[in-house]
Write a protein that binds this ligand. Sequence first.
Ligand code: NA7
Length: 551
Amino acid sequence: MSTHTDPADAKHSSTTTLDAIIVGAGFSGLYMLHRLRELGFDARVLEAGNGVGGTWYWNRYPGARCDSESYYYSYSFSDELQQEWRWSERYPGQAEIRNYLNHVADRFELRSGIQLGTRVSHAVFDAKRDLWHIQTADGERLSARFFITAVGCLSAANIPQIDGLDEFAGDWYHTGQWPHEGVDFRGKRVGVIGTGSTGIQAIPVIAQDAAHLTVFQRTANFSVPARNAPLDPAEEKAYKADYETIRRSQRESANGHPFNVSEIPALSVSEDERRQRYEAAWARGSLRFRTVFKDLLTDEDANTTASEFIRGKIHETVNDPGTAETLTPRDHPFATKRPPIDTHYFETYNRDNVALVDVKRTPIERMDATGLNTSEAHYPLDILVFATGFDAMTGALLNIDIEGRDGQKLREKWSAGPRSYLGLQVAGFPNLFTITGPGSPSVLTNMPTSIEQHVDWIAECMTHMRDHGLNRIEANRQSEDAWVAHVNDAAQQTLLPKANSSWYLGANVPGKPRIFMPYAGGAANYRAICEDVAAQGYDGFVFGEPAHATG
Ligand code: NA7
């Protein structure tokens, strides 16, 4: 397959036709481009940003860091890459991940296939020719057999509509659209809205610089210490020698991390032993805290033991009992919202220059020129930071006006929530693949592991189609319906839907349908399902006839 300019259709007479257009140059888009090129496909990445990195290009807020550990939050597809790249800390910081992805773009000579500063605005499927016609915000038109979204799950900023924001005389920023030159907080009265993973990372760092910091918290959050530290060269040597095992265990685990959930139920051990296990996990830090017992995410009583342990830690850490109680989550079980990890988050509230405001009790009413007003008080501010998260999983996809077969819009199809088969395809939208789309494990896992799995599956599927002269693949509606039901069942087997304010459910965005979006049935199980589907001749998908003769 190759690029050509197709004179056949007057409407698209100046378009370039490729095998695949990929939207986004983060972890997904870079690897998708690499795989397709290796297989001889002609693909191009269109990226809105002016550099590669995706999430790690945009999220430059103070303290931005990955919550997965560096030695496995990375690609596994090239042993040379994983041997030569050197991580400096236990958890990679934003700048280091961006450097890594830039290195990947150079090392695998990807840049010639990446068009930066290009935002895709429309994509329309042309059923007569089995082509996607893509239009960019600048009016450029391209066509491709396959349209592959690599837009990330957490990339469409959620900025709350606050009356009077345009009257604010100070500066305001969303953490996911952070200025490249940084923000100088010195001597400033700063407000932060939001205490998710982002707020919890940013608050301790901003507090060090700001004259005064007011945190506006809607939902108190559980957080476990990260215990970040420089990587010890001996440790680096050890993991580099063991990558085969590490990568295998990532692929075989429920969450894409190279560690498994314990086999022990929380209530099967004595209170003393339970406490010791929690203390050890607390001292060690990281997302592993979730894995101390097998049933923390499936049994409410088991979960209560972990939730209570963390609540106790918050009260031990925070000096003022009223502040400690406001910071203590009581409305959802631990880890039913994405659990943050932190560096001195709760300790930050012991600083004289930090105040906490409970905006569930005293809601935000409006901004004015000098600051923010809640139902109870006026808070004078020079800078307001929105750490208010994202229109997760569907926002970035629906920001593109995607029209499938028979004029159906994705926005209409998903008006009551996302529907997909395997999180990979949507019935009615042939030849559209959604990397880490809703309905796949994605955000419940270590992302690069899930990304590689999806990219490899898509690349193999495209190769199968090329080998068999097939031009079109589409999920059939029954398989999609069954998968949507299965995704829902899998979530109901866990405690995850119990967090009413979770972005997994779309609850953080006003008006968004409440559907549990990621697949909670486990990444290894999901991988086996996808492999089986392919082995059965792509069961649940319908292939179109061999290429139409056009033009
Ligand atoms: P999150 O986890 O969605 O957190 C956003 C925070 O902002 C959360 O505390 C929200 O409260 C709060 N929020 C959102 N809208 C408002 C309004 N209107 N008023 C007050 N507070 C609000 O986003 P993050 O960026 O922290 O993290 C996203 C993911 O990135 C994270 O989970 C990791 O996977 C990496 P709420 O809880 O909705 O009441």
